[in-house]
Every structure is written in structure tokens, then in C-alpha cells.
Design a protein around this ligand. Structure first.
Ligand SMILES: Cc1cc2nc3c(=O)[nH]c(=O)nc-3n(C[C@H](O)[C@H](O)[C@H](O)COP(=O)(O)OP(=O)(O)OC[C@H]3O[C@@H](n4cnc5c(N)ncnc54)[C@H](O)[C@@H]3O)c2cc1C
Length: 301
């Protein structure tokens, strides 16, 4: 029996662990794929306070993990598939086994939204990617495209322009939601060509992806873009289908009060998985520290 089980090892989960570990609570952290979550893939994190010249997401997350482990947090690399609130405590089922705890913190974050067009699933991993920092090296010297109009899409296009031969940025509108500094950098970059007012309607190839078919949103005219890679960056969706019916959710995201309590006593949530407006490393850390302290006092009471 653990005091606390943390679901997810991104910045929110690791920060919760730091606080519950320091409060001497027996803490287990369960992570399905890699420690650091989405933050670990950020090439250069420039808006996390304390690092005037930026820091790589991997390095920062590695330090978060070491710090949590120093205070006794146990990490297991297992995917959580079920969460139950029973009279005798919380039960967490993973692909490897079952664990019980007095309290659970959901910190499962969010994952990339898919385009939902023909060819996307077929070429996932053979051209279609959802993470430029993870997969850019496979496309060194080749033309690629990025889909999206927000900060992630623009920053991925900038990052890819340093590695690939050419980057097309496909966006369904004329204007970009991304911050103006990044947009200005993108406009000044002659390796990036904008394809605005266009949507992807199909992805094609033989074995590997070879082209993307675009459609103009106004004229409906089609265009073939010969690219070897397509980076999809059109937003995020909550990462936990198994939570439906366990705690109150909205569009898959967990509803909490301001201090991270969910609709079920003893189950808390922190970070991007919560219904909230801002999803950043700094806000995930803020959530994590708050929930870490709230869980500690809940268990002591
Ligand atoms: C491309 C990109 C660029 C970004 N750039 C910036 C930036 O420059 N600055 C900034 O502040 N923020 C940035 N962000 C946002 C930032 O990464 C997130 O806000 C932050 O990582 C959220 O932390 P989290 O711990 O809530 O969730 P996540 O980082 O999503 O971590 C959740 C963890 O839970 C794990 N998990 C999910 N399901 C399961 C399961 N069933 N079982 C076990 N584990 C599971 C995941 O594998 C993951 O490790 C960026 C995000 C993306 C995608």
C-alpha cells in the first residue's frame, strides 16, 4: 500500500513527487513511455524561469526526476489502464500489475491531436510524425511539411528548417496564433514556405510517405506537395480515455477545483490533463507543487 500513486511522469507528476517525497509519503510514480512527458522533447525551453539562456527539455526533466528520486519517489515504467476508487483505497491497474494507495494524483498530460485524413495512420512512423524534436533527424536534407498555426507548429517549422532541405507550413487560416517573435523569425526564414488557407486532405506514398494533397479552403483547388515527412501540430487532446466515468471530465480533461481536487475524494489532478486555460511547463509545475502540498495535508488529516 502506497500513500500516493502519481499517474504520469511529466513536469506535473515529477513535481508532485518532489513534494510528497519530501513530506515522507510513500510515493509511486507510473510512467508509460518516457520520463519528462512532452517537456522532455522541447529542444530549447526558453520560457521556464531560472535559465536566462534557455535549457534543453531533456536536461531539465532529467533534473526534475533526479530531484524527486532523491526524496524517495519510486518510478516504474508501466502504462496505467484503470483507476478505481474502492472503500479500502484507490486501485491502479497497469499493463504489468495492480497497485493500491490512499491517494492518487492524475498527471497524464495531453497528447497530439491527429488530422484524421486518409493515409495518416498508414504512414504514421514512415513519414507522418507528431514530434519534430523526436523525429527530425530522419528527414535530414529532405523536404518536409508542418501542419498547424500555433506556437508549436511555428517553432517546429523553425527547428526543422535547420535540418531539412525545405519546410512548408500548412495552415488553414491566413493569420497565425503563435507568438509574434516566432512568427517574425519564421517570415524571415527563406527555407520556410507558407501554405496558408490550405488543409491536408490526403497523404500518399508507396511504402514510405511521398506526398501530401492539399486543398484550398476558399477555391477548393487541390495541390500536390512532394514531401518526405509531415509533422502534425494541430493541438492536443487529453491523454486518458480510461478516466471517463471514474472522475468528472469535460472533453476528456479532468475537472478539478482550484487546488486540484477531482470529483472523487482522494483523487487529485495536476498539469495539462486538468480543464484549464494555460498549458505550459511552468503552469504544470505550479499545479504539481500545489497538489503535492494538498495531498500531503489530506493524508495527514
Ligand atoms: C511540441 C511541444 C512544444 C512545447 N513547448 C513548450 C515551451 O516551449 N514552453 C512551455 O512552457 N511548454 C511547452 N509545451 C507544453 C509543455 O510541454 C506541457 O505543458 C507540459 O509538459 C505539461 O506537463 P504535464 O506533466 O501536465 O503533462 P505531460 O508533459 O504531457 O506528461 C504526462 C506524462 O504522462 C504519461 N502518460 C500518459 N498516459 C499514461 C498512462 N496511461 N500511463 C502512464 N503514463 C501515462 C505520458 O507518457 C507523459 O510522460 C510544449 C508542448 C509540446 C507538445
Amino acid at each position: 500500500m502506497y500513500d500516493v500513486i502519481i499517474l504520469g511522469g511529466g513536469p506535473a507528476g515529477l513535481t508532485v513527487g518532489l513534494y510528497t517525497g519530501r513530506a515522507k509519503l510513500k510515493t509511486l510514480l507510473l510512467e508509460a513511455s518516457h520520463i519528462g512527458g512532452n517537456a522532455a522533447w522541447i529542444d530549447q525551453l526558453e520560457n521556464y524561469p531560472g535559465f536566462p539562456f534557455g535549457i534543453s527539455g531533456t536536461e531539465l526533466m532529467d533534473n526534475f526526476h533526479k530531484q524527486a528520486e532523491r526524496f524517495g519517489v519510486e518510478t516504474r515504467m508501466e502504462e496505467v489502464i484503470r483507476l478505481e476508487s474502492l472503500p479500502e483505497g484507490k486501485k491502479v491497474t497497469t499493463t504489468e500489475g495492480e497497485y493500491r494507495a490512499r491517494a492518487v494524483v492524475i498527471a497524464l498530460g495531453a497528447k497530439r491531436r491527429e488530422l484524421g485524413v486518409p493515409g495518416e495512420l498508414e504512414f504514421k512512423g514512415s513519414g507522418v510524425s507528431y514530434c519534430a524534436t523526436c523525429d527530425a533527424a530522419f528527414f535530414e536534407g529532405y523536404p518536409v511539411a508542418v501542419v498547424g498555426g500555433g506556437d508549436s507548429a511555428v517553432n517546429e517549422a523553425l527547428f526543422l528548417s535547420g535540418i531539412t532541405s525545405k519546410v512548408y507550413l500548412i495552415h488553414r487560416r491566413e493569420g497565425f496564433r503563435a507568438n509574434q517573435t516566432s512568427v517574425d523569425k519564421m517570415l524571415a526564414n527563406d527555407k520556410i514556405e507558407l501554405k496558408t488557407n490550405k488543409i491536408v486532405i490526403r497523404i500518399e506514398g508507396e511504402g514510405l510517405m511521398q506526398r501530401v494533397i492539399l486543398q484550398d479552403v476558399n477555391t477548393k483547388e487541390e495541390e500536390v506537395l512532394p514531401v518526405e515527412g509531415l509533422f502534425v501540430s494541430i493541438g492536443l487532446v487529453a491523454a486518458a480515455e480510461f478516466l471517463e466515468g471514474v472522475v468528472a471530465t469535460e472533453d476528456g480533461y479532468v475537472i478539478t477545483d482550484e487546488e486540484g481536487r477531482t470529483s472523487v475524494e482522494g483523487i487529485f489532478a495536476a498539469g495539462d490533463i486538468r480543464v484549464k486555460r494555460t498549458r505550459q511547463v511552468a503552469t504544470a509545475v505550479g499545479d504539481g507543487s500545489q497538489v503535492g502540498m494538498i495531498v500531503s495535508s489530506y493524508l495527514k488529516e
